[in-house]
Structure formats: C-alpha cells, structure tokens
Design a protein. Structure first.
Length: 260
C-alpha cells in the first residue's frame, strides 16, 4: 500500500470517528464519495464543507418528517397525489387556498361538512400530509380516540397533561364526527381539545353534521361551548355530491373482475 493510500485510510478513519462522536450520520455516509469528487475536481475546501453540511441538514429534515408522519398515525396514508380535485364539490380556488396552509400559520380552523363518501377524510388527511411536508406537526384523532384517551388518563388524573401533549401539534385533525354515537368521554375530550387549542393551534374537522347540529350527538352545554370556540376563526366548507365509493362500486371499479 502506498503512503498516500495509507494516509487516506487514516483520514477516513478519523472522519468516521469524529462524525460518530458529533452524531453526524449523513455527513458520515456522504463523506467518502463526496471527498473523492472534491479532490478529483479540485473543489475549494469551503465548498466541500458546505455540501457535506447540506447533506446533513437534508437527511435530518427527511428523518424528522418521517418521524412526524409516524407520530401523526394517519389511517390511510392519503395524499394529494391521489386526490381528484375536479371531482370534488369544493371550489378549486378554495382547495388551492387551503392547500397553501397559510390558515394553519394564522391559527384558523377548518370544518368539512357533508355526507359520507364525499372525500372529506381524504382531503383532510392530504392536508395533514402536506403540513408535515412543510415541517409542521400534526395529530390525528377520531372522536372515539379522544374518548379512549379520556378514559385511559382518568385513572391517574393525567388528562390535562395528555391534552397539553396533543396541543404541541400545529394542526389537530378530528375525523368523522357524527358517524357514530358520541360517548360522554368522547364529548369531554372533544371539548377539552378545542378549548386548549383555541387561538393557539389550528383544528381541522370532518363531520357528517354541520357544527350547529353537534348538540344532537353530545350534551348541549358541551356542544355549545365547543362550537362557540371552534367557529370563531373557522372556514366552514360544505362538501356535496354522491359517495365516491358508491360511484366506484356501481361502475365496477371497486374490485378486480373475477373473469380477468
């Protein structure tokens, strides 16, 4: 082995050791090939350092988004890649404005109301995915999830801490309100999340009912207090049309034909 090759191995070993010590995994992964390129193309050392640091930043950003996506626990992994904006009754200019996500930065709320199968949950989940792509934190719940949360934390009286953790998210999504009967625990959890998020965080809700009818599925006092806070800074969108799922089923697109 030549002296130059030996010195190069020593240098690589030192880079490996130092990047592990400093916890720079993406620099460590990129360094061997990138430094070869820098040497062969006679890069300025500062340029090589810049590119290595960019690799670390990009890697950490990607890892952070993946962690936030897992934490959000979206139910179906729906995104705007599979969203058919022309098939929705939501006006295109409204869709585009909501997708810009500026309403989240303003701590405004979104309520999507309409019948089952009209794309409310898909649009809501796609907004959540887009928010994570913008490095925002998202929490996803159904009313039943909130009811379970209240019951679980009532045992040791840690409900307030659980609500505080939820409100670390930039966007809190609550899906499919009005689809199933609402338990007292779920109604309480719903109000407590809305109360804690009021003017601090954005809420996005999909519902079979308009908020004015929430008192038909939960105690009137809780419904009135929750809706009062929810609607104060809110965009209320009525989603009309027939069920996308029913359309696909009647058109024979819901399954692979057995004679294929």
């Amino acid at each position: 082995m030549s002296r130059a090759a030996s010195a190069d191995q020593v240098l690589q070993g030192e880079i490996e050791r130092l990047t592990r010590r400093l916890r720079l995994p993406y620099v460590r992964a990129a360094a061997p090939e990138l430094l070869k390129t820098a040497r062969s193309q006679r890069w300025d050392p500062a340029e090589a350092l810049r590119v290595l640091l960019e690799e670390e930043v990009a890697g950490r950003d990607k890892s952070g988004r993946e962690t936030r996506r897992q934490t959000a626990a979206f139910p179906h992994q729906k995104t705007f890649h599979t969203w058919r904006e022309g098939a929705s009754s939501i006006p295109l200019h409204v869709q585009h404005a909501l997708r810009a996500l500026e309403w989240i930065e303003r701590r405004e709320n979104l309520i999507l109301c309409g019948a089952s199968g009209t794309g409310k949950s898909h649009f809501l989940e796609a907004l959540g995915q887009a928010a994570i792509d913008r490095d925002q934190r998202v929490a996803w719940f159904t009313l039943e999830d909130l009811g379970s949360l209240m019951r679980r934390h009532r045992i040791d009286d840690t409900g307030a801490r659980a609500i505080k953790r939820i409100n670390r998210a930039d966007l809190i999504c609550i899906d499919d309100i009005g689809l199933l009967p609402t338990s007292p625990d779920a109604a309480e959890g719903f109000f407590r999340v809305i109360d804690a998020a009021y003017e601090r965080r954005s809420l996005a809700i999909s519902s079979n009912l308009h908020p004015s009818n929430f008192d038909t599925i939960m105690p009137k006092t809780l419904a009135a207090a929750a809706v009062d806070r929810l609607l104060h800074h809110a965009h209320v969108i009525q989603v009309d049309g027939d069920s996308f799922r029913l359309k696909e089923a009647t058109a024979g697109k819901g399954v692979i034909h057995l004679n294929n």
